[in-house]
Design a protein around this ligand. Structure first.
Ligand code: ADP
Length: 546
């Protein structure tokens, strides 16, 4: 049997367009072909469980190999295989028309580069790196003959008798000149690690040597010998595919190390698992946050059925959750669409809301379960919670119950607790609460001391995010004023009825003021000699808030 034919597709010349388009992202060919091979093994497994395939399944597996001399890369599987007719149907029609659609849709797209990596172009992506693609396949169906198909990416193909003797498929890429970088062990291993590390079927890439016990030497000491074993590149059951009840803390921690080797342990994590109205699994970790957010953003990896898609998740998770690490696996996130569409997509919106809620619930439960532990972690969690409250309305509403405010004595309060604490002593003439805060405990120490002596509490708001957090609190909290402890007006507005002992008369005060003004005052500074209580700092130099 030998047959030449022409694949009928609507756009004649998709090949050059695909090549041009995908050049920067051409490594995804391997992801696409390995994913197809895995699908083929899953399909035969299912046919077997349905009783439609009665033969021996064997050990289902995919293997990737390359031959530098022949300039080929081969992806093999022992999945369900294809007959010649099926190749014509699935490859000539589905794969080629998929590629045509892709080209039609995106040839004018401005953000083509972003779409490409995410878009499952499928089988046709093989032509990004190969002059010729060959298929050798034997279907599981009884009485099938092995088939061979070969094509150079144009619409001409050739199909003939193949040479496979066992069920399954080999995809053989005859690598083109521009892509010879892929005929390299390190390069291929790197791509497999990136995209295929958590696929559900073992993926073998060559062999590796390990040592094995080999009896004892003359002194009775154990001997070892070096043996070659298959180099399986993936972990077939990563933790997000398991039920939380099967998992221990160590499992989550070691998975974190697998994702981010040599990282500091995370503070805690959330196991996501939802079937309806969208399908999503995953594990999100709270890292130990550093003030420098940028370094820690964009660490969430997006998967679709255990195939790595991208670590650009900014359209899928809310902005503030970009600080989390971990993985999200969802076949329901549309990857073949442009950014603006994605933001408006209803599943993406639901996913957003779901993740925000899960994160808020987790924080609320940690706060409730062990307040002390929560406070201990507050310096890390706090940045995140405040950032979330500032940037996401939905999160503000939940966060206000577990956001903590620390004072200069290192005590922590919820917003309500703090209001309660200061309400007796820190109100202005209109009955509004006056909250004092310091932005730099060392520099503002004299002001803090002075306020404390008057019985006022001072919050410590010294992280970069606090400036924004303070203005948000001012907007959101009713009848509350926040004042920097060293602001000229700070303690003036608190109404008080203290017994002030005058030790200086007005004239004397003016004199002292004059001396200070001459000696140290710069524009914007103000000298006050109005603290007349001998226990307190008699002279205060203030600088206005900006
Ligand atoms: P998709 O996988 O999105 O359907 P592809 O272009 O990747 O599109 O593949 C087209 C079709 O070719 C698949 O749906 C499948 O039926 C068939 N196919 C591809 N690779 C294999 C394989 N390794 N074994 C069996 N069938 C395959």
């Amino acid at each position: 049997m030998q047959e030449k034919g022409t694949i009928s597709i609507h756009t004649e010349n998709i090949f050059p367009i695909i090549k041009k388009f995908l050049y920067s992202d051409n490594e995804i060919f391997l992801r696409e072909l390995v994913a197809n091979a895995v699908d083929a093994t899953q399909k035969i497994k299912r046919l077997s469980s349905l009783g439609e395939y009665k033969g021996d399944l064997g050990e289902l597996k995919v293997s990737v190999s390359f031959d530098e001399k022949k300039k080929t890369i081969t992806i093999s599987d022992n999945g369900l295989g294809m007959t010649g007719e099926e190749i014509k149907k699935y490859i000539n029609q589905i794969a080629f028309s998929g590629a045509t659609e892709f080209v039609e849709k995106f040839k004018d797209a401005k953000d083509a580069n972003e779409i490409i990596g995410k878009f499952g172009l499928g089988f046709y992506s093989a032509f990004m790196v190969a002059d010729q693609v060959e298929i050798q396949s034997l279907s599981y169906k009884e009485g099938s003959e092995p088939a061979r198909w070969i094509c150079d990416g144009s619409t001409e193909f050739e199909i003939s008798a193949g040479n496979r003797t066992e069920r399954g498929t080999d995809i053989i890429l005859h690598v083109n000149k521009e892509s010879k970088e892929f005929l390299d062990k390190g390069k291929l291993q790197g791509i497999l690690d990136k995209y295929c590390k958590f696929l559900p079927v073992p993926v073998q890439f060559g062999n590796k040597s390990t040592s094995e016990p080999d009896g004892e030497d003359a002194d009775g000491k154990p001997k070892y010998k070096s043996v070659e074993v298959p180099n399986i590149i993936n972990n077939t059951s990563p933790i997000w595919t398991k039920s939380p009840t099967e998992l221990k803390d160590e499992d989550y921690l070691s998975f974190y190390q697998e994702l981010y080797p040599f990282s500091e342990a995370p503070l805690f994590w959330i196991h996501l698992n939802v079937d309806y109205p969208f399908n999503l699994t995953g594990v999100l970790y709270f890292p130990k946050l550093k003030n420098d957010f940028e370094m820690q953003r964009n660490k969430i990896k997006l998967f679709s059925r255990q195939v790595f898609i991208t670590d650009e998740v900014k359209d899928v998770v809310p902005e503030f959750l970009m600080l989390l690490h971990g993985i999200i696996d969802s076949p329901d996130i549309p990857l073949n669409v442009s950014r603006s569409f994605l933001q408006a997509d209803s599943s993406v919106k639901k996913i957003n809301t779901y993740i925000t809620k899960k994160v808020a619930d987790k924080l609320a439960s940690l706060f409730k379960a062990d307040r002390k532990a929560y406070e201990e972690k507050w310096s890390d969690i706090g940045l995140f919670v405040k950032y979330g409250m500032i940037s996401e309305e939905k999160f503000y509403d939940k966060g206000k119950d577990f956001v903590l405010m620390g004072n200069t004595a290192k005590e922590y309060f919820t917003v309500d607790e703090y209001k309660e604490k200061v309400k007796a002593n820190q109100t202005d003439k209109d009955g509004n609460l006056v909250l004092l805060y310091a932005t730099d405990a060392a520099k503002q120490d004299s002001f803090i001391q002075s306020a404390n002596k008057k019985g006022y509490d001072v919050l410590l708001m010294d992280s970069p995010i606090d400036t924004h957090f303070i203005s948000q609190m001012e907007q959101k909290l009713e009848k509350v004023n926040l004042k920097r402890v060293d602001a000229a007006s700070a303690d003036k507005i608190i109404s008080k009825d203290e017994n002030i002992v005058a030790v200086l008369n007005d004239e004397e005060k003016e004199k002292v003021k004059g001396i200070f003004e001459k000696a140290i005052v710069k524009p914007g500074m103000k000298v006050e000699v109005d603290s007349l209580n001998p226990d307190e700092l008699p002279v205060i130099v203030t600088m206005d808030e900006f």
